[in-house]
Structure formats: C-alpha cells, structure tokens
Design a protein around this ligand. Structure first.
Ligand SMILES: [Fe+2]
Length: 295
C-alpha cells in the first residue's frame, strides 16, 4: 500500500507472543478470567483471540521464565513486506528471517526482524478467511491495542528511528521518557518506555474492551474472580484512554482500556509533549503508577 508518506508500512499491531513458565496456568487465566477465545494449540503454544479479531492476537509459549517472545505487525501485501525489509536492511538492521510461508492458518507470509534492543519483530501478511465468526460478548477484549517495551535511555531515539522504518510515527512524548507511536488512526499501537537500569523487552500489553462501561464491568468481573486491579481506573493523557491494569499468572502486566483517541490523519506534524504536570492519570484519582511502571 502506498500512502501519503510514499512508503510501505505496517498497518496494525497484529499480535503479541509471550513466554510463560506455566503454560497451563496462563491458558486458564486468558480463557476463564481475561475472556479471550482459545484459537489453537500445540504442545508448546497456546493461541487466543479477541472477540472482534479475525486471528489469534495472543500467542503463549512455554518457557523457563516470563518474557517477550515477539511482537507482530500486520502488513497488507508481500510487496509492502519486501519494501519494508529493504528499508530495514539498508539502514543496517538485522533481517532474521526473509519472507516465508506462514506456519499458522492465519499467516500467508511471515518475515522476522530484530529491533535495536534485540526484540523479535514478526511482520505478517495475513491469510484472509471468509469463515470468520465475530463473537458477540460484553466480556473481555474486542481487539489487541498496544504493546509497551522498555528500552535503555540511550537507545530510545534509535528505537524510534528503527520503528519509523516500519512506518510507525511518534505521536506523543512524555517527560519520563515515553514515546507513543502509531501506524493507524488509533492514537498508539506501540510505546517505548525509557528504563534507567538497561531493562529491555516487555512492559505491558493492552486490549481494547470498548467504552468506560466495559472497562468498569470487566473490572467488577475480574474482582469477582480474584484478579486485583494494580493501577486504575484512570484516564491517560497520551491517547486519552481509560485504563485498568492487572497481572497474569506469569506476572505480565496486562491492560483493559476503553475510549482511546482516534486521530483523523496518519501523518504526525509535531509530536505532543507531556511535561511534569502530567502524572499519568488526568482525572487524578489513581495515584502514581506502581513499581511495575517505574523505569
Ligand atoms: Fe497501556
């Protein structure tokens, strides 16, 4: 796809892959608590999808410890994928896997690159299916929304530059060293969070549940199941979304959000800067972020 920016780009966050030490416990959580739908499995992989997603948007892998396995972005066509890979290669970054036929039913072609911190980034041209059934539910995620990655302070700018090769544009920055990036009209699909202790990889993944009522209803549902909210409910400045954060059994921070800002054009002229007057919750009811968010 050629856009006004005259470059091929990813057009959405497609999925996240997480490594978890207890695949069984994580599977039970995402099915019965987080209210995603099991959408495939093998001996070492569990797949889940959100209600309005046409594919698995969460993959869980058995591993010795919790960590990011990969983030996956959707690409419209093989031509676009090849053009992105040429840009990545020309800028001196690693193409880990050149385009290959996908292994999973929803994947037509997959390529893999490695970002500045060594995170595995999968670029997926989906196989469109005609037998998709949208699940009608007021419980759980409608779609995957965004992923936030830790990155050391000195690599934040280079990470922004790397993701710009995929067409992600910085839309907002904050005084604590967060950069919010978009690849669609959703305010952000990826964010980078400065970490002063050289930490890289997964900070949290967020799922869109719809409206403020959906955020609150899901909060009550999870409370009943014994899953405490670790931060929220509040409203973020960047993205203006209503947030509520939890942990899965592996300790991964997971978010239900609603009412995210939708922008009217893809291009960003000047990123918004959020200064120290911004505390994370513009309502001022949730207090400062907990330890899991301090870099
Ligand atoms: Fe978030």
């Amino acid at each position: 796809m050629t856009t006004g920016l005259q470059m091929s780009r990813v057009n959405n966050l497609y999925r996240i892959g997480l490594n978890v030490p207890d695949l069984g416990a994580a599977g039970i959580f995402y099915d019965s608590c987080w209210a995603m739908r099991p959408s495939g499995s093998d001996a070492n992989e569990l797949c889940f999808r959100s209600a309005e997603s046409e594919h698995s948007d969460l993959l869980l892998f058995g591993a010795t410890e919790a960590s990011l396995n990969h983030i996956g972005f959707e690409v419209d066509s093989i031509d676009d994928l090849n053009q992105i890979l040429r840009a990545v290669d020309a800028a001196g970054y690693t193409v880990v896997q050149h385009p290959q036929n996908g292994k999973r039913p929803d994947e037509l072609v997959v390529a893999v690159i490695s970002d500045v911190d060594g995170n595995r980034v999968e670029l997926i041209v989906p196989r469109r299916t005609s037998n998709f059934e949208e699940v009608s539910s007021r419980e759980g995620p409608k779609r995957i929304g965004h992923v936030v990655l830790w990155t050391p302070q000195e690599r934040l700018t280079e990470q922004e530059r790397f993701y710009s090769l995929l067409g992600l544009a910085v839309t907002d920055r904050t005084h604590i060293g967060m950069s919010f990036l978009r690849c669609s009209l959703t305010h952000h699909s990826l964010a980078l969070a400065k970490n002063s202790h050289q930490r890289t990889g997964f900070q949290h993944v967020a799922y869109d549940v719809g409206s403020i009522d959906d955020v609150m209803r899901n909060l009550a549902r999870l409370k009943e199941k014994g899953v405490p909210c670790i931060w929220g409910v509040g409203r973020h400045g960047p993205g203006n979304n209503i947030f509520s954060y939890y942990r899965d059994p592996a300790g991964n921070v997971v978010e239900y959000y609603g009412d995210m800002e939708v922008v009217d054009r893809l291009e960003v002229e000047t990123p918004v800067f959020w200064g120290p007057e911004h505390k994370g919750d513009i309502w001022g009811v949730s207090g400062p972020p907990p330890e899991a968010f301090r870099g």
